[in-house]
Design a protein around this ligand. Structure first.
Ligand SMILES: O=P(O)(O)O[C@@H]1[C@@H](OP(=O)(O)O)[C@H](OP(=O)(O)O)[C@H](O)[C@H](OP(=O)(O)O)[C@H]1OP(=O)(O)O
Ligand SMILES: Nc1ncnc2c1ncn2[C@@H]1O[C@H](COP(=O)(O)OP(=O)(O)O)[C@@H](O)[C@H]1O
Length: 297
């Protein structure tokens, strides 16, 4: 009944007897509750999100639906363990293309231990978090569902991108010619249908930004924007990409104590600028002008 999620792109993964999330056939995503304060923080967040009247209805749709907790057999063979039961946000896609972008220059919350802060500071400094205000934690793009081929760059490569290369990766994420040749200029041919349009990724991020400009309830440290779309249907000429933004990972959410979450807001603004640039770059001869580097992998 429980399976390892095929489309998970970051975080702890349930393979090789490791503790990680599981899914079922009914659209549920079971995230193991880490048995330190991270598990309780994530439950506290979802519980408070569900009941807090200050969270506007239009913003709730950016979070996976929370269906409580349940003890299920854990992926590491340790027997019944408590899991968060969340909506599996990719379950309605035939072959979802997914990108996880961890937002904010700083990924530790004020209550973290000295050793955890030190570990995060190192990762933030060595990744694009400090320079860009976000880092791409993982990405998987289905290039052909017929032979199950995918484009899935290494996580270390993705996390350490300079600005030009981040633009290149975002461009490739919405290009039709990813499979053909690693060095080919991305054509960005799906940019307008995935990033653009009245219900595209950019509009969704802008709606979230509006809320982050005023909300003083939560500080979202180490939280990710998950971008999902159905590439296969675009390849076949459909005009609908099913592009959605979801926020995931609330193990480090802190009380905002009445202050704006400038860390998340800054990272979100930076991501919005990158996506706007990809969208606005004029395409000449089918080639996207924001192509920047030849040596990515
Ligand atoms: O253990 P690591 O080094 O893989 O770090 C995990 C991160 O992996 P990454 O830095 O992307 O390679 C991982 O990052 P992603 O979710 O993969 O972006 C989380 O930050 C995870 O922390 P938590 O479960 O949210 O508290 C991190 O786990 P903890 O180190 O906090 O347990
Ligand atoms: N509700 C969900 N539905 C589908 N996939 C999810 C969901 N939540 C997380 N994921 C997948 O799992 C990955 C890691 O999730 P995350 O909550 O960040 O775990 P961790 O705390 O281990 O870092 C995400 O990048 C995404 O691919």
């Amino acid at each position: 009944m429980f399976k390892i999620p095929e489309h998970q792109v970051a975080g702890h993964q349930a393979k090789d007897g490791i503790l990680g999330p599981l899914i079922d056939d009914s659209g549920n995503f079971y995230k193991p509750l880490q048995n330190d304060e991270r598990g309780s923080k994530e439950i506290a967040f979802y519980t408070s999100l569900s009941s807090d009247p200050r969270v506007p209805d239009n913003i709730r749709r950016y979070f996976p639906i929370f269906r409580g907790t349940k003890a299920i057999n854990a992926s590491d063979g340790s027997g019944l363990q408590p899991h968060l039961v969340l909506e599996d946000v990719v379950s309605s896609y035939q072959s979802p293309s997914v990108m996880d972008i961890k937002i904010g220059s700083r990924t530790w919350d004020p209550q973290a231990s000295e050793s955890y802060i030190e570990k995060c500071l190192k990762k933030d400094r060595e990744s694009s978090s400090l320079t860009l205000g976000f880092r791409i934690s993982g990405l998987k793009l289905v290039t052909s569902s017929k032979d199950a081929s995918v484009w899935q760059p290494g996580r270390k490569f993705l996390q350490n991108l300079a600005a030009n290369d981040a633009k290149l990766v975002l461009s490739r994420f919405v290009s039709s010619n990813v499979a053909s040749n690693d060095n080919i200029h991305p054509d960005c041919s799906f940019a307008s249908k995935v990033f653009g349009g009245p219900s595209g990724i950019l509009e969704q991020l802008l709606e979230l930004k509006k809320w982050f400009e005023v909300q003083t309830i939560f500080h979202f440290y180490s939280c990710s924007v998950l971008v999902v779309y159905e590439r296969e249907s675009l390849m076949k000429g459909s005009s609908s990409s099913g592009a959605v933004v979801k926020l995931v990972d609330f193990a480090h959410v802190a009380d905002a104590k009445g202050a704006i979450d400038h860390n998340f807001l800054g990272g979100l603004c930076s991501l919005i600028k990158f996506i706007s640039d990809v969208l606005e770059a004029p395409v000449e001869n089918g080639i996207c002008n924001n192509y920047c580097s030849k040596d990515e992998h």
